[in-house]
Write a protein of this length. Structure first.
Length: 360
């Protein structure tokens, strides 16, 4: 692993100022991303995953109704400290994003080739003909058949899966060092989900590109991420390598998420485990631990003293430091029953379930 991360986020805080009060969508998050690795960011909807990704890229900056603090270092620059012009220069060659809805990510009145060639001409200075040829090459690289013909089509003429491949091609156009994939399989059928996730994984390896894979689907993360960060109510509550999080989760929330994953080995019609209650209102979060109202391990201190994200010296964590934000982390003994399973055994994404059913 390289000594220097390609993306270093420290104490990032993104607060939206609303009539109901300040909503701390991201509250003190930090992460490191090294070349060639995939970091999975998981959590329920509303946990702050997408805002973390967008803030790390500089798509959300301080304005009248939002405040962003902390740092996001990319290519020696803090994306929140540089000018808007300099930030736009970083988008494309240094960092790019695959947005979660391919149906709305493309301009409906622009041909596919123009979406790609504009990026190539702006950032790489290619001529019109060179950009057109390179656009077709990029479409071929992401697995789109007849790429030259597709360049002349409009988004509505492509399927959802092909549109998502176009979005990926646009993100890869300038060979970024960091790719943020924000729920890249939203609204796609299960077979296409697997194809898109496999494509992102192979492209990351081929180009030695670091990937921040944001998803609420733990099955999609389990077999594709090197490390996992679990978010809850705007905070990072657990962070470790993938094997440690999936087989020895330390935070009760992470433990609950993994316990809720359906198992193919379970008896038919077996009720799924779930986490009771609802996430807190981020305009008025709990004083202590934000997960305490839903936690079966909560004690009096959990309601009054917010826990810090700390290293867990007594928990095996493989190659990475295992951290959890909890006064009473789940012990290794409690998770012993699942410790014999590999992270791949938890891959219960729709795509995996579809494939295994077909194989059976």
């Amino acid at each position: 692993m390289s000594e220097e991360p390609v993306l270093r986020v420290d104490d990032l805080r993104t607060t939206f100022h609303t009539p109901r009060g300040d909503v701390r969508a991201v509250d003190g998050a930090s992460l490191r991303l090294w070349p060639g690795e995939t970091l999975g960011v998981v959590g329920e909807s509303g946990s702050g995953k997408s805002v973390l990704g967008r803030s790390s890229m500089g798509l959300i900056t301080t304005a009248g109704d939002v405040t962003v603090s902390g740092s996001a270092m990319l290519a020696g620059n803090d994306v929140h400290a540089v000018s808007a012009k300099e930030r736009r220069r970083l988008w494309g060659p240094e960092i790019a994003m695959v947005f979660q809805d391919p149906m709305t990510s493309l301009n409906p009145v622009k041909r596919i080739g123009r979406h790609l060639s504009e990026t190539l001409r702006l950032h790489l200075g290619l001529g019109r003909r060179e950009a057109r040829e390179r656009a077709a090459e990029l479409l071929a690289e992401v697995g789109i058949p007849e790429p030259a013909r597709r360049c002349g089509q409009y988004p509505h003429e492509l399927s959802g899966g092909m549109r998502q491949r176009v979005v990926i091609a646009i993100a890869l156009a300038c060979a970024p060092k960091v790719l943020i994939a924000d729920e890249p399989t939203t609204a796609l059928d299960v077979t296409v989900q697997k194809q898109i996730l496999d494509l992102l994984q192979s492209l990351g390896r081929r180009h030695d590109m670091a990937t921040l894979l944001i998803s609420h689907d733990l099955g999609a993360i389990s077999g594709r991420a090197d490390r996992v960060t679990v978010m809850y109510a705007g905070q990072v509550v657990e962070s470790a390598d993938t094997a440690a999080v999936f087989t020895r989760p330390a935070h009760p929330y992470a433990h609950g998420l993994i316990g809720a994953i359906p198992r193919l080995s379970a008896t038919p019609h077996t009720a799924l485990d779930s986490i009771g209650g609802q996430p807190p209102d981020l305009a008025s979060p709990p004083v202590g631990c934000r997960f305490a109202p839903r936690c079966g391990r909560a004690a009096e201190i959990c309601a009054t003293d917010p826990p810090e994200l700390r290293d867990l010296a007594d928990v095996e964590s493989g190659t990475d430091v295992h951290r959890a934000r909890c006064h009473f982390p789940v012990s290794a003994a409690t998770t012993a029953s699942s410790s014999q399973r590999t992270p791949e055994a938890f891959d219960m994404s729709g795509a995996a379930l579809h494939n295994r059913t077909a194989e059976g």
